[in-house]
Design a protein around this ligand. Sequence first.
Ligand code: ADP
Length: 600
Amino acid sequence: MNAELERRWQLERWIAVIRLIAVSWALVEIVLVTDFSSERYETAAWIMTGVLAAGALLFLLVSRLAVPRGYQRAVCFAGLLFDTAVIWSYALVFTLDSGAPTIRALLFFPVLEAALRYGLLGGVLLPVAQIPVLVAIEWWRSDHFEPSEFRFQSVIVPFGLQLAVGAVVGWLVKRLEQETSVAHDRAAEAEVLRDQLGHRVDLLDATNRCARALGSSLEIEEAFGAFIRELRGAIRFDRTAIVLVDDGSARVIAAAGAAAETVFPPGTQRPVAGSVLDEVTNRGQTVYREDMVDVRYPEEEDFVELGLRCRLAAPLFVGPRSVGMISLVRKEPRSFTTDEIEFVSLLGRFLGGTVQNIRAYEAERATVEELRRLSALRADFVALVSHELKSPITAVIGSAKTLQDRWRELTPEQRDSFLTLIDHETNRLADLVTDVLDMSRIESGQFSYSFGDVDLGELVQQSAAAAASAQDEVKVTPLVHRPLPLVRGDRDRLRQVLGNLLDNAVKYSPAGGEVEVEALAENGRISVEVRDRGPGIASEHYALIFEKFGRVRGEHAKPGTGLGLFIARSIAEAHGGSLEVRPREGEGTAFALELPVERL
Ligand code: ADP
């Protein structure tokens, strides 16, 4: 509608100029061309031209002014009325003067103007409105000039011609208007498309920058730090996290923002089933939780507690497979726009590969670290074993040589003590060799067992007695709570386990200390606990001591290979049981061996 008014107003300005030309034309007609029969008509023609000139100037002025839109329509209509009135007056004046019918040609101008201004409607209505003028002209001509009869033809033919011209021009104007409006629509559409394209380019650019930032380093912290900086520039969020599916569970790879260090911090592992990650990865689609108050996934409770309400989770793709998600959380419910949802979804597509690479690198690095640690342990072991081998061998060789060289000079007691030393050191050597052999058999899966019914209570008593008799500094007390059901097991191997636990307990106990070994049946299992009052073991070493060559260094360290507990746990597990170290109130250490009663 506005476009139409605009066009009319432009037409008005154009017609204002044409009017000025018409004034000059009228002057030429009056002064040079027309031979007026009477002064009356000439005066009338001059008055008409004066009116036309005044009107032309007025309309020219008005059309150049900033006329309010509401009045423009009225000005246009007034222009048409004015022009029609002037032309009719001219037609009448010239007809009265000469009776020349050619003057009727002037009457085409209002028709054209109306058709230009108002299209088909104007082009049809104006010729109809002009019929009385045509009749008046013909009547005057027939009354005052030859031939004297009134010729209807002189009315009908011009009317018909005017109607045809008006209709054709009106129709053309309508067409033009339609074409113009289509062109306008196309231009507007093109503009929208251009904006959309620009928007997409911006989106891709932001996504690209974020993905590049994440790929800038293989160190997860560094890469994620750079990523967050870029992401903050692209979208607002209160918290974000990258979570991957790892062996059926959801592992938080990186998190930033609200409570990132306390609620689901990096490294957190949770079940995937039922979580938003489950839905995101299964459907491979972005999930938008407008408001988490109506908790739908278990993790949302923690978010709501933190005052976070709105969450966007987009899948991370590696090829067609979705391997995790990026999640953005905000405090305000329903606060992500369609554009933002699109951006985060796109980000997911770009990030998948990079995140996967970082993960693979992390895993690779962890493996290398582990290998390095194992290699260090092995090196320690080699040094230790060489030492453990060397000192008994030196002692044995020294004693044997003394006995050989000075046999006759030595008293029987001295000989006995040298022989005891040799016996003790060779036993140590034999134990060491046995441990190393056992370890290598366990590793190669050749550690054999021969199962039978074992009375663990009896085994505890015997082992305690052996440990007590082997030394006289530490008291060893067995506590066996009968009845104790028999267990299926390898008696010698189980004796080895108890022997190792008791040897350790005695070894680490202070002189005059006490070691307790307690056996009881509970919950379908038999539990044997070995307790001492030694220096204890810090909880961070609980895993280390059960590893191959795993030993705790420091002031309380005693000679050993670090193989005993590794072998003992392997034996316990081969029996379907377990061997754990238990935290103890106060001083000392407690090792618990648990074996199932109902084994085959
Ligand atoms: P080893 O005693 O030959 O070094 P083990 O595998 O039997 O090897 O023990 C591993 C480590 O566990 C020991 O080096 C010691 O640091 C620690 N440990 C084992 N038993 C005790 C205990 N009763 N009290 C304190 N530390 C112990």
